[in-house]
Design a protein around this ligand. Structure first.
Ligand code: ZN
Length: 115
């Protein structure tokens, strides 16, 4: 059969064992902000969603982009942390905001261009 191996390629690699061979689609998981395809790795019984740029981040993309936005507007890290705390009732570290700014600044400028 032609292309048998290729059928696996549409699935992202498992974020635990890094193999996509045992990965199957597991349906969609949605929250307030977005809908994400969830996958399941049969090898290590692990459910995961692929990396969309916000992997490993405990905060909603909306909060992150807001923080980055404030930061690029000239707010100090301390002020950004306070703003996020006030608006979203979330505690973020200053170093986290600093990392976010470095990491997601380009996403923000792209967003603003399309406005
Ligand atoms: Zn796995």
């Amino acid at each position: 059969m032609r292309g048998r191996k290729r059928s696996f390629e549409k699935y992202p690699p498992c974020d635990r064992c890094k193999s996509s061979v045992h990965v199957v689609g597991y349906g969609k998981r949605s929250n307030k902000t977005s809908e994400k395809q969830t996958y399941y790795c049969k090898k290590c019984n692990h459910k995961f969603t692929p990396d969309d740029g916000f992997k490993g981040v405990r905060f909603p993309p909306e909060v992150i982009l807001q923080a980055v936005s404030l930061s690029t507007e000239g707010f100090t890290l301390k002020q950004v942390v306070e703003e996020i705390g006030n608006h979203y009732d979330m505690r973020v570290g200053e170093s986290t905001v600093h990392d976010w700014t470095k990491k997601y600044e380009h996403m923000l400028s792209k967003k603003e261009l399309s406005r």
